[in-house]
Design a protein around this ligand. Structure first.
Ligand code: NAD
Length: 472
């Protein structure tokens, strides 16, 4: 398989070119380096019809066989991780080693999900009747993925949906379609035709999918604004819905921490993947006794971090993934500057047409400034002072979002108590960005609707079916 060319959709087990194309840009150079198919309405109809036809037999395939196939698909993903990682860097911007980690990690994730099974609950088994609740698949799943973790977040949907017995039409972001299209071709070796379809297209394709009556469920990861549009569209025929949306995670640092150690961790929690992570640290609340010490350590790390083309050796942080997001981040930075906020900027970034932004720490801005209230999704970290525990918890919770949060303290019990009071689906204590396939991931408030991962995540792709059997 040529990973540098020939990007096609996978529809009903066949490689399908688009009737039109979209351009794919390398964010490190700003140049178009490939094109991907732009799926037409007719091709979407074909994909849904193929998935619907395949559903009838996939649903009746024993779960053990479906698990084996998902696990074999994961093996193939791992086997192609090197070629995919190089392509990933060109379309997404992240350094190659970190790109490979995502792809290999997605394979591990799929294998773990392939071990999962829905429960069966017997409520009565008497002389007169037998009653059980079992879980059955829903039908054709519409999966829509974002550009920040294009492979991993797509596989979070593929593995449980297919293990559960559904079929799928997956759409990657128009900014990062290429790895996903290749994965469609790779998985075609494993899954029966029509079980796993991959289509790509421009801004019109997402709404076309969510309005399509052939889908039983939509699983969407992306921004809160788009998630609300998806929910509106799904309401027309009450499609089942999982929405993994934005976040504005608070991280709270108590004065008893080892500053040198936590500075390293907090730097990566805030800036890994150039801060384009839904659960990145986006508001850093630091106790006033250690504020200056932590700020100076973070500034020192920002001063030496290598920001550049992910294809170059030694690069730690790549560019912002796309021009639209770059413009948003730059506008936020301009707003911070024109509001007179104090910015501490890190190492110089490459000039030219790439979408590079220097690592930026905003020194104790007002709580109501845009840089605190909005999800930056770029390397701008507001640091804020606190002195009182109740006050910092209230400020951390005063957000439309409720995705994740972190507490740093040598007193684990106190940190766990604080964590319990954070209104978020995930909390970390003295660690960051650790997620597992067997543990539910769910956003509260405007961060989401429903659950991914864990048994709860698997069951989001199924419906309970209560069976009442008379014995006499
Ligand atoms: P986005 O909402 O712009 O796009 C996400 C996907 O939706 C893309 O595939 C896009 O083509 C598609 N889309 C756009 N408009 C649509 C519409 N009207 N109907 C249906 N689909 C449509 O998001 P993004 O910029 O790609 O991703 C960044 C956002 O995603 C951030 O807010 C981030 O926090 C969030 N995110 C959340 C999680 C999570 O698990 N909670 C994970 C990663 C990213």
């Amino acid at each position: 398989m040529d990973f540098n060319d020939g990007y096609v959709m996978t529809i009903g087990g066949k490689a399908v070119a688009g009737t039109a194309t979209i351009e794919v840009v390398n964010p490190a150079t700003g140049e178009v380096f490939a094109t991907a198919p732009d799926c037409s309405k007719e091709q979407l109809d074909e994909a849904v019809a193929a998935a619907d036809k395949a559903f009838k037999s996939w649903r009746d395939t024993p779960i053990a066989e479906r698990q084996v196939m998902v696990s074999r698909a994961a093996d193939l993903l791992e086997a192609h991780a090197d070629e995919l990682a190089r392509l990933f860097t060109r379309e997404q911007g992240r350094p190659v080693d970190a790109a490979r980690e995502e792809i290999a990690g997605a394979a591990v994730w799929m294998k773990a999900v392939a071990q999962m099974e829905p429960p069966v609950h017997v409520s009565e088994d008497s002389e007169t009747q037998f009653i059980e609740t079992r879980y059955v698949p829903l039908g054709v799943v519409c999966a829509i993925a974002p550009w920040n973790f294009p492979v991993n977040l797509a596989m979070w949907k593929v593995a449980p949906a297919l293990v559960a017995g559904n079929t799928m039409v997956l759409k990657p972001s128009p900014f990062t379609p290429l790895c996903t299209l290749k994965i469609g071709e790779i998985f075609n070796e494993v899954f029966p035709e029509g079980v796993f379809n991959v289509i790509s297209g421009g801004d019109a394709l997402g709404p076309m999918m969510t309005a399509h009556p052939g889908f039983a469920k939509i699983s969407f990861t992306g921004s809160t604004a788009t998630g609300k549009r998806v929910m509106e569209s799904a309401a027309k025929d009450l499609k089942r819905l999982t929405l993994e949306l934005g976040g504005n995670d608070a991280s709270i640092v108590f004065p008893d921490v080892d500053l040198d150690a936590v500075a390293q961790s907090i730097f990566m929690a805030a800036f890994y993947n150039t801060a384009q992570i839904c659960v990145a640290t986006k508001r850093l609340y630091v106790h006033e006794d250690v504020y200056d010490g932590l700020r100076d350590r973070l500034a020192a790390l920002a001063g030496v971090v290598k920001v550049g083309d992910g294809a170059e050796q030694g690069t730690v942080l790549g560019p912002i993934q796309n021009k639209r997001q770059y413009d948003r981040v730059m506008a936020l930075l301009e707003d911070a500057k024109s509001s007179g906020l104090t910015l501490i900027q890190g190492a110089a970034v490459p000039g030219g047409a790439g979408y590079f932004v220097p690592v930026t720490i905003v020194d104790n801005p007002p709580e109501d400034s845009r840089v605190v209230q909005e999800e930056a999704f770029g390397p701008i970290l507001p640091m804020l002072k606190f002195s009182d525990v109740d006050d910092v918890i209230e400020r951390a919770n005063a957000s439309e979002y409720g995705l994740g949060g972190t507490v740093w303290s040598a007193d684990t019990k106190k940190a766990m108590d604080v964590a319990r009071r954070l209104e978020t689906g995930t909390v970390w204590v003295n660690q960051f960005l650790n997620l597992r396939p067997d543990t539910p991931f769910a956003g509260r408030k405007n961060s989401g609707f429903g659950v991914e991962n864990g048994l709860e995540g698997l069951l989001e792709y199924m419906a309970p079916q209560a069976v009442y059997v008379a014995k006499s």
